[in-house]
Design a protein around this ligand. Sequence first.
Ligand code: PLP
Length: 450
Amino acid sequence: GLDNAGLDNGGLDNAAQFERAQRVIPGGVNSPVRAFGSVGGTPRFFVSSRGATVTDVEGREYIDLVASWGPALLGHAHPEVVARVQEAAAKGLSFGASTPAETELAELVRERLVVNGASPVEKLRLVSTGTEATMTAIRLARGATGRDLLVKFAGHYHGHSDSLLAEAGSGLATLALPASAGITAATAAQTLVLPYNDLAAVDAAFAEHGDRIAAVIVEAAAANMGVVPPMPGFNAALVRIAREHGALMILDEVLTGFRAGRAGWWGLEATGEVPGGTEWTPDLMTFGKVVGGGMPLAAVGGRADLMDHLSPLGPVYQAGTLSGNPLAVAAGLATLRLADAAVYARLNELADTISREASAALSAAGVTHSVQRAGTLFSIAFAEQPPRDYAEAKQQEAFRYAPFFHTMLEQGVNLPPSVFEAWFVMAAHDDVALERIVTALPHAARAAAA
Ligand code: PLP
């Protein structure tokens, strides 16, 4: 039934919705972090979102700092994006054949990454999730090099395909699961997991297994164990070491792409906008989240000669019934076209203000903490020194986050339900939204001190 706010909630509040969901959906959720496992309490069931806010089944409105885990760069339900999706929907939900808009999106991604006349993305294949993008990049790397081994970093999350679930971040950091059941020992043995920001470990792994390593995959800037930026020059060194051994470097920009900055984290390094930034070129890149504007769309791209190993041109198979879905492509195109320099300037300003105010509130409450930043992305760790890798990220006083999170929620601010996630700003966070966040922070800081 409709409640008196006109919401169709079946007459159930958040707690009743969660109970009902748990009877038919494992854990009541379709992605684990949504269950509030690490913060406890009742997950909110949302019915609508607009601009800076999300609204739950009880009719409560929250200023949102999750942004659907990244995609909502402009804000929720941006009228222009919604209009383009509605137009596309009226013309057909899916054709299972090519459309002109898919080529436009591939061209737009390529153009967006041009630095000094060249783009690291010469060709792009559209898929539906970030998991598919990284899975495809790895198959492509193995197919192109004829090698088996993969190097990844502890605490980096690249989606839930088998090879990539070794010591991953995100929901796995939250649940403190070492890996996942259901992954064969043979698969796990083909993934070498190294500490992040540790080039000596990379050198050692390549010295020992270099002729068997197909690729090293890395988050462009780690953001699934909290935000942990790469040491200056780390990514460029990975490319150099991989090349020396005939291996490929896969830069995962699913989270950072078109969010950390206009051309992703890579763009910030390639244009020297971050310390130690130099020009360097990954072999393959993966995108998701913002590139789909809130619809299920992701992509893998890179050097043309490598990308041409994909079917139908080459022997590496990859396909998808809904790949390049017209609604998703319309949302991605509209979002990228609207994401101009002014949007990133606003996102940076928001990240500056919110991180500064959160830090000031925690200091005033006497809570040991550090702030880490990667472009427009930031997060807070309850540790004096900013963590540089997963081992350090896990050492923080993570227990302080649950009371911090729940106090923010009570005050009407929706933060990620885990300390190991980035805070996502949106261009739609106006000064009213900012004020509500800033007003809530001292209450949350005092709760975290307790
Ligand atoms: N890679 C990174 C860096 C991510 O942050 C994520 C998701 O959070 C993925 C890959 C997987 O994307 P998806 O959840 O769309 O499968």
